[in-house]
Design a protein around this ligand. Structure first.
Ligand code: GDP
Ligand code: MG
Length: 436
C-alpha cells in the first residue's frame, strides 16, 4: 500500500541527516510510484514529484529534523496545495437555487441528493428534491424513501418520460411553493454514452443550475479521472462529489480529478446513511493519501529499535567498503527486533530495491541466518574464499543447498556493489542520471 511504499522512500533518506540531490532523486522516484499506487494518474504524479524535488532541494537542513519526516511534510503540503487549499462551498445565488446532480449509474447520485437535501435543510433552507431518473421505476421510489427519511419533499412525475420537462415543471412548482433550493437527481448509465450526455446537457440548458455537481465513485480509481473529464467536457460542471470513501479507496482520484479537470472537490460521501456526508478538506485528504499516521509511527518505531551505535558502526563499514556477512547478520538481527520484516528490510542500504517485489516473511531469513552461522569468521569477512568444497561444507552444516548459498552470495555481491556505488555518489565522484 501507499504508506508502505512511502516508508520505503523515507528509508532512503533516513539517517542521512541531510537532504542531497542524490537521495532526493531516489526518494522522489519512490514517491511517484507510491502516488500512482494510490490511483493518482501518471502525469499528475510526475508533476507533483517534480515540484517536491525542487522544494526538497531548496530546504536548508535542520539537523534535529528527521529528513524523512521533513519530506513527508513537503509532500503533504504539496498535495494540499494541489487539491485547492481551501474548503469550497456550493453556489446558491438565484432563488430558487438549482443544483443539478450528474454522474454514472451507481456512483451515488441519489444517495448524495438525499444527503445534500438534509445538509441544506439543516442550514435552514426550504428544499425540494426532484426525481429526474426516468429509466428505472425504482429510482423514484428510492428518492422518495430518502426524502421521507430526511423530511424533504420529493417532486416526481411517474408517467412522464421527458426529463427536461420534469425538471422545468419542478422548477415552476418550486417557485410557486416558495422553495429556496431544488436538487435535481438525474439518470446515469453504466458508462459514458452520448444519449445520457445529451439528456443531462439538455436538462442543464433548460433549468440553468447555479451549481452542477459531478458525483464519482472513488473506488473506480483511475477510471474516475476519465469519467470526470468526459462529463466536464460536456457539462462544464462546478464541483465534484467523491463517494464511497468509507471503503478502502485510496483517495488518489481526488488529486487526479482536481488536477485534470481543474474543478474543486466539494463534498465527500462516506457511507450509505444520510449523515455520512462531509465537506472536502484538502489537508485531510492529503493525510489519507499519504497514510501519514502510519509513516510517522514507522519512523518512530525504527528510531527506537535501531541501536544507534551499531547503525553508525555499520555505516562506517559501508563507507569504507568493508561491509561483510558479519555486518549483514547483525543488521538482520536489528531488523528482526522491529517486527515486520517485510516493512523494514529496506533500511539496509541497497536492499530496498532488491526485495521490493519479493514476498518476505520473518521465516525467510532462517536459511540465510543458518548459512551465515555456518561460515567461519574469515569466510564472513571474505566471501570470495567460498569455493565448491567450502560451499558444500556450509550447505551440510546449515541444512541448505549449494544453490541457496550461491543465491545468497549473488544477492550479497549486488548489495555490496550498490553500496560502493552509493559511496562514490556521496563522495561526489559520480553523478546519478536525472530521473525523468
Ligand atoms: P446512483 O445510481 O448514482 O443514483 O447511485 P445510488 O445513490 O443509488 O447509490 C448506489 C449504491 O451505492 C447504493 O447501494 C448506495 O447505498 C451506495 N452508496 C452511495 N454512496 C455511498 C457511500 O458513500 N458509501 C457507501 N459505502 N455506499 C454508498
Ligand atoms: Mg439514482
Amino acid at each position: 500500500n501507499l504508506s508502505n511504499k512511502l516508508n520505503t522512500a523515507m528509508r532512503t533518506l533516513k539517517g542521512k541527516g541531510r537532504i542531497t540531490d542524490v537521495n532526493v532523486a531516489a526518494t522522489v522516484k519512490e514517491i511517484r510510484r507510491a502516488l500512482m499506487d494510490a490511483d493518482v494518474n501518471y502525469k499528475v504524479a510526475k508533476e507533483i514529484t517534480d515540484r517536491i524535488k525542487d522544494e526538497a532541494m531548496g530546504q536548508k537542513i535542520v539537523i534535529a529534523v528527521d529528513p524523512g519526516q521533513m519530506l513527508v511534510k513537503i509532500v503533504h503540503d504539496e498535495l494540499v496545495k494541489l487539491m485547492g487549499s481551501q474548503v469550497q462551498g456550493i453556489n446558491l445565488k438565484s432563488e430558487p437555487s438549482v443544483i443539478l446532480i450528474a454522474g454514472l449509474q451507481g456512483s451515488g447520485k441519489t444517495t448524495f441528493s438525499g444527503k445534500l437535501a438534509q445538509y441544506l435543510k439543516k442550514s435552514g433552507r426550504n428544499v425540494l428534491l426532484v426525481a429526474c431518473d426516468i429509466y428505472r421505476p425504482a429510482a423514484i421510489d428510492q428518492l422518495k424513501v430518502l426524502g421521507e427519511q430526511v423530511e424533504v419533499e420529493v417532486y416526481s412525475e411517474p408517467e412522464n418520460k421527458n426529463a427536461v420537462q420534469i425538471a422545468q415543471n419542478a422548477l415552476e412548482y418550486a417557485r410557486k411553493m416558495g422553495k429556496k433550493v431544488i436538487i435535481v437527481d438525474t439518470a446515469g448509465r453504466l458508462a459514458v454514452d452520448e444519449a445520457m450526455m445529451n439528456e443531462i446537457a439538455a436538462v442543464k440548458e433548460a433549468i440553468k443550475p447555479s451549481e452542477t455537481l459531478f458525483v464519482v465513485d472513488s473506488m473506480t480509481g483511475q477510471d474516475a479521472v476519465n469519467t470526470a473529464k468526459a462529463f466536464n467536457d460536456r457539462l462544464n460542471f462546478d464541483g465534484v462529489v467523491l463517494t464511497k470513501l468509507d471503503g478502502d479507496a485510496r483517495g488518489g482520484a481526488a488529486l487526479s480529478i482536481r488536477h485534470v479537470v481543474e474543478k474543486p472537490i466539494k463534498f465527500i460521501s462516506t457511507g450509505e446513511k444520510m449523515d455520512a456526508l462531509d465537506q472536502f478538506y484538502p489537508d485531510r485528504m492529503a493525510s489519507r493519501i499519504l497514510g501519514m499516521g502510519d509513516v510517522l509511527s514507522l519512523v518512530e518505531r525504527a528510531q527506537n529499535a535501531f541501536d544507534e551505535e551499531e547503525a553508525e558502526r555499520i555505516n562506517k563499514k559501508i563507507r569504507q567498503n568493508q561491509f561483510s556477512f558479519e555486518d549483514f547478520y547483525s543488521q538482520l538481527q536489528q531488523i528482526k527486533k522491529m517486527g515486520n520484516i517485510k516493512d523494514l528490510m529496506g533500511m539496509i542500504p541497497g536492499m530496498g530495491q532488491a526485495i521490493k517485489d519479493v514476498d518476505i516473511s520473518n521465516d525467510s531469513f532462517t536459511p540465510i541466518e543458518a548459512i551465515i552461522q555456518s561460515m567461519t569468521p574469515k569466510e564472513r569477512q571474505k566471501p570470495e574464499l567460498l569455493d565448491m568444497s567450502r560451499k558444500k561444507r556450509i550447505a551440510a552444516g546449515s541444512g541448505t543447498s549449494v544453490q541457496q548459498i550461491n543465491n545468497l552470495l549473488k544477492q550479497f555481491e549486488e548489495m555490496r556493489k550498490m553500496m560502493r556505488m552509493m559511496n562514490r555518489v556521496q563522495d561526489g565522484k559520480m553523478k546519478l542520471p536525472n530521473f525523468p
